[in-house]
Design a protein around this ligand. Sequence first.
Ligand code: SF4
Length: 296
Amino acid sequence: MFFPYLNYNEPLFRPPSEAYSLIIQVSLGCSWNKCAFCEMYTSKKFKVRNEEDIFNEISSVAEFSADIKKVFLADGNAMVLSTEKLLRILTHLNEKFPKLTRVSAYAIAKDMENKSVEELKELYDAGLKLIYVGIESGDDELLGLINKGETYESTVKNLLKAKEAGIKSSAMILNGLGGKKYSVQHAVNSARVVNEIQPDYLSTLVLSFPFGVEHFIKRFKGDFQQMDIADLLKELKLFISETKLNNVIFRSDHASNYLVLKGILSRDKERMLKEINFAIDNPGKAFLREEEQRRL
Ligand code: SF4
């Protein structure tokens, strides 16, 4: 949702599902900002914004639109703010927007490291209902090669803490992240990590190279062999086939995805695997809808 009186610090990112939310930048950039594949905030120096500025912005929006129901806290990992600061922001949002139903934010697993389950519960009770977490991979070797600053264990531990507090999670896995060499271990261990966490939402995006593949290779600490579409689809197939999920809403509908998949895992697992097989066997027809595929 765009408000002309908000003075956003660009670039500004939000998940597709927050298209109709009010976006408030409580921090600028990403406190980690070192992942080999990510250029989202490389032009920004991380900074927590002044509380008075944040409150003034919230109040100025409320004067015109007190009916706001959803708020997304930007930038890259608003969850890194202290519990006390987040609680003050959430309290202000609740005061100004009486119809508020959900506040969400991007997070990295380590943002929850120093927050107890009780603190996370306080945040949940104050309105923080959903976090978007780029897990990227469940494979420790690959997480090291991309300099994610997380491990399988840190990811599981911190996301389960948020879950225990009631905060829902939307997890992202990056298809193609390790290239051909690390593809199998990436797919298998990424399925393991999501099986253990059981996020509420899960999506796969495809590794992209905004500054060119050579730029990525310089930052990747291993032997990166770029994958073609068939390789990416085979990796996706292995990942999906290894998942054991209970009612997790799955999407691969980001602009980076070659094949759009939507469904609930595990309920729709076999159907999705069929769609991936179809796309592998029929590269020119991968974007056909399921009913069109059946007619062929
Ligand atoms: S933690 Fe997220 S936003 Fe920060 S550099 Fe890594 S992928 Fe990018």
